[in-house]
Design a protein around this ligand. Structure first.
Ligand SMILES: Cc1ncc(COP(=O)(O)O)c(C=O)c1O
Length: 429
């Protein structure tokens, strides 16, 4: 694929052929799929489909190669030491559950603890909750600092010799701030704990370097990276693989089986029993090629310009209360200090007198798609003392015009509902 020009990138997404007015601000839920990805999947299904890892004939061998090449591409993309540290699964949720039942539940003892942050999505909370309860272990929750990042001092205070795992999202799906993963790894490894990074919201916005960050587990879903649904990546460092049991058992993962027992293959494919979702794996590979063809530098610049523009506009609306306040002039890019206000990759906010669901319905009438409610992060909303929020999350296809139209529609919605919600008798005064 040749280099892609980001300014005309909307044309690369076929949904805009049929929905030219669509302003899609929900990429944190799922990113739209570029035509080069859907086209590659279509071609695979039409001309190349066979099962992988099972057949000796030409089509099956080619399917095996497609999976192998996708694994290598994904390993390079996230900076893994080698392709045999990456297992394909169906979603980040499945990957996290695999680690909870195949790794954590095998070792967690009464009195030990798992540490998460206050900003976790339910997918990176409920599996740990369950295993901790079963083992009579503690689930400890780290506070966030004023910038919405994990508070490293509190993290250091919570982690002790009984900590088995730190499981935290690199970027919260509500607050959008980027955290310093390598600082977490250092804290975890000092006490012999392992680190799982939920990169669901980071993978499309932060170039990954899992080996140099020293993650033990790193997980993301392809659909947040322009690949469409059905394929996720679970990185498991070599050392953790020796401790991690496969949770899904079946075809393709054994060396020998008899009626009462089985012995298993060595290596990452032991976590991939059953026929893989090759179409989704092909899509992930195509999405990685798409990102590569644009280049991280242009992506980061594009997103930085857009998010600062949007923050500036939102800051000027006095009826909008962002869940985190941002002084754009003081913001900086780059992670590591835990003291700087780095730009977020998405923004959640409340509007005075306006429920997020009402706002989302009004915006929908203007072809604007944004997320409303609790974003699968109820405990964080409770902690922030907000009953619900609206979330704008950006993708490569967004531009300043989208931001302007969104801000105008937001102001109109507020004016409309402010009048409706005004106490009776006040309207004509
Ligand atoms: C931070 C975070 N973690 C985990 C998930 C779960 O991802 P999936 O639904 O693809 O399994 C999401 C989804 O929005 C998320 O935002």
């Amino acid at each position: 694929m040749g280099a892609i020009d980001i300014s005309g990138i909307k044309k690369a997404f076929s949904v805009f052929d049929t929905e030219p007015e669509l302003i899609y601000l929900d990429s944190a839920s799922t990113a739209l799929v570029p035509r080069c990805v859907s086209g590659r999947v279509f071609d695979y299904l039409r001309y190349q489909h066979a099962n992988s890892g099972r057949g000796q004939y030409r089509l099956a061998e080619s399917a095996t190669r497609l999976v192998r090449d996708a694994r290598s591409a994904a390993a390079r993309f996230i900076g893994a030491e080698s392709a045999d540290t990456l297992a394909f699964c169906s979603s980040a949720t499945e990957g996290i559950n695999m680690v909870a039942s195949g790794w954590l539940s095998e070792r967690l003892k009464p009195g030990q603890n798992v540490v998460i942050s206050a900003a976790e999505h339910h997918a990176n909370l409920l599996p740990w909750q369950k295993v901790c309860k079963q083992a009579s272990a503690q689930l400890r929750v780290v506070d966030l600092n004023a910038h919405g990042q994990v508070d490293l001092n509190h993290l250091k205070a919570l982690v002790d010799d009984n900590t088995v795992l730190l499981a935290m999202s690199q970027v919260s799906n509500v607050l959008g701030v980027i955290n310093d993963v390598s600082a977490w790894a250092a804290i975890a490894h000092k006490v012999g704990a392992r680190l799982l990074v939920d990169a669901s919201q980071a993978v499309a916005h932060v170039p990954a370097s899992v080996a140099s960050w020293a993650c033990d587990f790193y997980v993301f879903s392809g659909h947040k990276l322009y690949a469409g649904p059905g394929c996720a990546v679970l990185y498991v460092c070599k050392a953790a693989q020796t401790e991690f049991k496969p949770t899904r058992l079946g075809g393709g993962i054994v060396t020998e089986v008899d009626w009462q027992q089985a012995s298993f293959i060595q290596g990452i494919e032991v976590y991939e029993a059953g026929s893989p979702n090759i179409a989704a794996i092909v899509a992930l590979h195509a999405a990685i090629d798409f990102i590569d063809s644009i280049g991280w530098q242009k992506i980061l610049e594009h997103e930085r310009v857009l998010i600062s523009y949007l923050l500036g506009k939102l800051n000027s609306l006095d009826f909008v209360q962002p869940l985190l306040s941002w002084d754009i002039s003081a913001s900086d890019v780059g992670v590591g200090e835990n003291t700087k206000a780095e730009l977020p990759v998405l923004i959640s906010f409340t509007c005075q007198g306006l429920h997020s669901h009402d706002l989302a319905s009004l915006l929908n009438a203007e072809n604007i798609a944004l997320r409303a409610g609790l974003h699968c992060a109820q405990p964080l909303h409770k902690q922030l003392n907000v009953s619900n929020s609206s979330r704008v999350s950006l993708g490569l296809y967004n531009n300043k015009e989208d931001m302007d139209l969104f801000i105008k529609a937001l102001s109109r919605a507020y004016e409309l509902l402010a009048v409706v919600n005004e106490p009776v008798g006040m309207v004509n005064e």
